[in-house]
Design a binder for this molecule. Structure first.
Ligand SMILES: O=P(O)(O)OC[C@H]1O[C@H](OP(=O)(O)OP(=O)(O)O)[C@H](O)[C@@H]1O
Ligand SMILES: O=c1cc[nH]c(=O)[nH]1
Ligand SMILES: [Mg+2]
Length: 209
């Protein structure tokens, strides 16, 4: 499947409302990000490949399944760190490969400051984790890095996106799969999502500026 999937769920609507609220404190903000990441990951992992196995219960032996592919979680620092644990809870065998990117405040262009992907042996499926997709510059940089590593299937999991950023990523990577909780209509002059939720990294890590 390729394209943009805006995941529909009443719990997403409720959690997103609290997440947007400027009065929501950091500890609750982090919990909301976790819940939304779980709901996104449930949707984004529907097509993971499993193989048959046998399992012995206390009573008998029966058919079962186990993952048949290597899954990599690729959180974009900092804000993506808030999404790792809930997705790892769902996929305990996943590898975690961090990418350090920040947006230059003047240009809104992504600047890479950490990447340690090993040469060769790419994962089969990469899940990029970042709660915010604004201009799309950061995820485009991440997609380019993962393509150079040789990853064939990449899914982006983002809580909130701007339509402009979605359009930019879809143009640069027509085969991209983007799972979002909500697409907001506007980027302001500082390239922040409106209505949005502010700076996700600062709200997760309680670093007001
Ligand atoms: O789509 P874009 O226009 O590239 O914007 C989205 C990026 O901006 C934010 O990171 P930020 O630069 O604030 O870094 P931080 O997570 O360290 O706060 C966010 O977490 C994304 O990585
Ligand atoms: O609105 C925005 C845009 C980029 N990064 C954020 O954290 N928020
Ligand atoms: Mg930030």
């Amino acid at each position: 499947m390729s394209g943009v999937i805006e995941v529909q769920h009443p719990l997403i609507d409720c959690h997103l409302t609290r997440l947007r609220d400027a009065r929501t404190p950091s500890d609750e903000f982090r919990n909301l990000i976790r819940r939304l990441a779980t709901l996104l990951a449930y949707e984004a992992t529907q097509d993971l490949v499993v193989e048959k196995t046998q399992v012995t219960t206390p009573l008998t032996t029966t058919d079962g399944s186990r993952l048949a592919e290597r899954i990599g979680l690729v959180p974009i620092l900092r804000a993506g760190l808030g999404m790792i644990d809930p997705v790892l809870d769902l996929i305990p065998s996943a590898e975690v490969w961090h990418l350090g990117l920040y947006r230059d405040e003047a240009t809104a262009e992504p600047v890479e400051y950490y990447s340690k992907l090993p040469p060769g042996r790419p994962v089969d499926v990469a899940l990029i984790l970042d709660p915010m997709l604004a201009t799309g510059g950061s995820v485009t940089a991440a997609l380019e890095t993962l393509k150079r590593w040789g990853v064939r299937r990449v899914k982006m999991l983002s809580v909130l996106a701007a339509q402009e950023g979605i359009d930019n990523v879809s143009r640069a990577f027509p085969d991209s799969q983007i799972y979002v909780c909500r697409i907001d209509p506007i980027l302001n002059d500082s390239k922040f999502i409106v209505p949005g939720l502010g700076d996700a990294g600062d709200r997760i890590f309680n670093t007001p500026r």
